[in-house]
Write a protein that binds this ligand. Structure first.
Ligand SMILES: *Cc1c(COP(=O)(O)O)cnc(C)c1O
Length: 390
């Protein structure tokens, strides 16, 4: 019997090493990694520049704490500010921590404005994490069930429903922020259209609300832009990052701009590990490689090749509802629950995921090549076809 707490229904495989988009198990079998450990391994496995950067940093100093200046943290903050146009960066270790910082910030902002019980509008099918505040913001009853009482101060609307947001604004005068993913990941690769994004920005401006973009999954180049909101050209007031930022080394970030900047002072928030030299070295190298190797244009090209390849290979197959996404964030919606496909793909040497019960989710490394894309379509399309014909 394992002494691990039973929080995951794990697949019966363990990996020993990887190379680029391929990863090997204990028996030496190789798998095409079209999941990146859930959008984390931005640079694929064993990327020489990342390996060198973290090895060199480990040999210098791993951790000093935030009681002292950390020059690499300052560099990473400068870099993220330059890429996003935002003003300030708080560094932490994960997506839920980044969102906790954003939620605390929105409440702090509300109290400064004299709002007694600040409320944040959140979306149906959203995923923001599993800490008490972030699971309360999450729009999935399964994540919340058994953990009541939930944290109060959230009101929920359907995703992409601007009228529902306007209706809340009319009668709820405690709203201080709207929090959302520009592309819902766990919710099934649901993409917010540009018009919705612009109208939301306008409402936030009119009402003095903070627009909080959870870019934990879709950020850091995955959609073909540094951040998902750049597609519509609307800058949020608060943005959270994590998953792909360290390409496998845990790191999270909460960024602020405009009205949301300059709110926190010493003592308002913190993290012992947050932004330690090792994590910052990984973050800086990840951003450097994305830029120098053209990985965002690669994400657009290879993502389109995967979607087009799948559309072609699955044309006329009954049961395929939609093939969608942006860049290397891809969803294949089927007309029935399809969790069984994950194990079938594993047997075939392919790592994928199924989310929202009926959506096959692909999140390959941004280093995925066109021949990797062909291999992916070649492995996955027959599995989907067979699955749907059963
Ligand atoms: C994964 C995810 C989180 C939670 O990140 P953790 O690092 O697991 O805490 C939050 N928001 C989104 C959009 C995510 O995809």
């Amino acid at each position: 019997m394992s002494h691990l707490m039973n929080t995951y229904a794990r697949l019966p495989v363990a990996f020993t090493h990887g190379e680029g988009a391929w990863i090997y198990d204990e028996a030496g079998k190789r798998y095409l990694d079209a999941l990146s450990g859930i959008a984390v391994s931005t640079l694929g496995h064993n990327h020489p520049r990342l390996v060198r950067s973290i090895a060199e940093q480990a040999a210098r100093v791993l951790h000093t704490s935030n009681l002292y200046r950390i020059p690499l943290q300052e560099q990473l903050a400068d870099r993220l500010a330059a890429l996003s146009g935002m003003d300030e960066v708080f560094l932490c270790n994960s997506g839920c921590e980044a969102n906790e910082a954003a939620i605390k910030l929105a409440r702090f902002y509300g109290h400064r404005k004299g709002v007694e019980l600040p409320t944040i509008i959140v979306m149906e099918n959203a995923f923001h994490g599993r800490t008490m505040a972030t699971l309360s913001a999450t729009g999935n009853r399964k994540t919340q069930a058994g953990f009541e009482p939930l944290v109060s101060g959230f009101v929920r609307v359907p995703y992409k429903d601007i009228e529902a947001i306007r209706a809340v604004a009319e009668h709820n005068h405690s709203v201080v922020a709207v929090m959302l993913e520009m592309i819902q990941g766990e919710g099934g690769i649901n993409v917010a259209d540009e018009q919705f994004q612009r109208e939301l920005r306008q409402i936030c401006d009119e009402r003095g609300w903070l627009m909080i973009c959870d870019e934990v999954q879709c950020g850091v180049g995955r959609t073909g832009r540094w951040f998902g909101w750049q597609q519509a050209g609307v800058m949020p007031d608060v943005m959270t990052l994590a998953k792909g930022l360290g390409s496998g080394v845990p790191i999270g970030a909460c960024l602020t701009a405009g009205n949301a900047a300059g709110l926190f002072g010493p003592g308002n928030h913190g993290s012992t590990f947050g932004g330690n030299p090792l994590a910052c070295a990984a973050g800086l190298t990840t951003l450097d490689v994305i830029e120098s190797d053209g990985l965002m244009s690669n994400a657009v090209k290879v993502g389109d090749a995967i979607r087009n390849g799948l559309r072609e290979a699955l044309a006329g197959v009954g049961g395929v509802v939609d093939i969608r996404g942006r860049g290397l964030m891809i969803g294949i919606e089927l007309d029935r629950p399809c969790g069984a496909l994950v194990g079938q793909a594993l047997d075939a040497g392919l790592l994928i995921n199924v989310t929202a019960e009926r959506v096959v989710r692909l999140l390959p490394p941004l280093t995925f090549s066109e021949s990797d894309a062909q291999a992916l379509v070649g492995l996955l399309a027959p599995l989907v076809r067979d699955f749907l014909s059963q």
